[in-house]
Write a protein that binds this ligand. Structure first.
Ligand code: NDP
Ligand code: GDR
Length: 331
């Protein structure tokens, strides 16, 4: 039985990846950080089948200890401060988790079992930032536009550096935006689908958003974790762009989500200058040709299917949590 260790197992991707690895017969271990309230809602349904260990990417010894106990064949480094706007408010902390945290994990692998452990790094399309070519490939030059993007670029290059310096099996997955009903509510897709469901149910009157012109290449998280696993099953380590190859504006996302419930978004969406970022990434569209050719990977869920499933999931969740008062009003 293969063993995997996932940092960031409580996050969106960590939960889907844990499910996938369990299906494949892995023994799954995960790192969780101590907090006064537990944030296990995405993994509660598989809690009996995975082993959780307390550790933090800020603490080198805690990572070494978890690796000694879990003895992984594969390490998936998904933990990060992952919300771009927070990276301007907490740039130093973002660098500590999202950049130097990667080196801590790589150092633990190098120390304990450099030839036996395969490593996946969660890199990001945010590294392209002010894009230098369209569509973006593994060879497109990077130009990050946020402290988060800069930190991820460090993580990307340190992964490549350990591969080249120590001959370690290290892969960097340059993943474009991927979403699901488990997405954090501060990210734009989930903010919109949750907002649409609230407006439809009479729980909210408006939805405040920032820049509606930005373009993103949005895919489904369940498809993207398959690519992570595939990267660690090859003869040689490599880096891969994972994307759908389609791009849409935030406005198109909003229109698509409101249409699921037959409402006109223009009546409800307000633009709030406070939500506009200090520096924006205007256009992302990835070319996944390398992943298609080498990994045999392709996305299964379309943009429209993704938004529809997210709106429906938010409607169902809000209806299930309706109070007696709300139920009396037909919610
Ligand atoms: P989430 O924000 O949903 O999850 C982040 C995870 O990291 C959580 O489990 C969080 O734990 C954990 N974490 C944060 N800081 C630490 C720390 N110091 N020590 C240990 N764990 C920590 O992110 P996603 O699942 O969406 O993304 C997974 C990874 O992929 C991230 O690195 C993200 O930057 C990257 N990425 C994501 C993309 C996307 O579109 N989703 C695209 C490209 C890259 P806790 O529950 O305690 O907060
Ligand atoms: P992003 O995702 O920054 O691309 O990073 P996010 O969903 O936060 O923003 C996407 C685009 O939508 C615009 N936008 C808004 N965004 C948010 N969050 N809230 C709003 O109200 C709003 N209005 C407009 C943004 O300006 C932006 O252009 C995500 C994260 O998962 C990263 O961790 C990951 O690396 C990248 O995707 C790829």
């Amino acid at each position: 039985m293969k063993r995997a260790l996932i940092t960031g197992i409580t996050g969106q991707d960590g939960s889907y990846l844990a499910e996938l690895l369990l299906e494949k017969g892995y023994e799954v271990h995960g790192i969780v950080r101590r907090s006064s309230t537990e944030s296990f809602e995405r993994i509660n349904h598989i809690a009996g089948n995975i082993q959780l260990h307390q550790a933090d990417l800020l603490d080198q010894l805690s990572i070494i200890d978890v690796m000694k106990v879990s003895k992984p064949d594969e390490v998936y480094n998904l933990a990060a401060q992952s919300f771009v706007p927070t990276s301007w408010k907490q740039p130093v902390l973002t660098g500590e988790f999202t950049a130097i945290g990667v080196t801590r994990v790589l150092e633990a692998i190098k120390l304990l079992n450099k030839d036996g452990i395969r490593f996946y790094q969660a890199s990001s399309s945010e590294m392209y930032g002010k894009v230098q070519a369209v569509p973006q490939t593994e060879d497109t030059p990077f130009y990050p536009r946020s402290p988060y993007g800069v930190a991820k670029l460090y993580g990307h290059w340190i992964t490549i550096n350990y591969r080249e310096s120590y001959n370690m099996y290290c892969c960097s997955g340059i993943l474009f935006n991927h979403e699901s009903e488990r997405r954090g509510k501060e990210f734009v897709t989930r903010k919109v689908t949750d907002g649409v469901a609230r407006i439809k149910l009479g729980l909210a009157k408006e939805l405040k958003l920032g820049n509606l012109d930005a373009k993103r290449d949005w895919g489904f998280a369940g498809d993207y974790v398959r690519a992570m696993w595939l990267m660690l099953q090859q003869d040689k380590p490599d880096d891969f762009v994972i994307a759908t190859g389609e791009t849409h504006t935030v406005e198109k996302l909003v229109d698509t989500a409101f249409k699921v419930v037959d409402l006109d978004w223009k009546k409800y969406v307000k633009q709030d200058p406070a939500l506009v970022r200090p520096a924006e990434v205007d256009l992302l569209i990835g070319d996944p040709a390398h992943a298609k050719a080498k990994l045999g990977w392709k996305p299964e869920v379309t943009f429209e299917q993704l938004i529809e499933r997210m709106v429906k999931a938010d409607l169902a969740r809000l209806k299930n949590s309706a109070t007696p008062d709300m139920k009396a009003q037909g919610i």
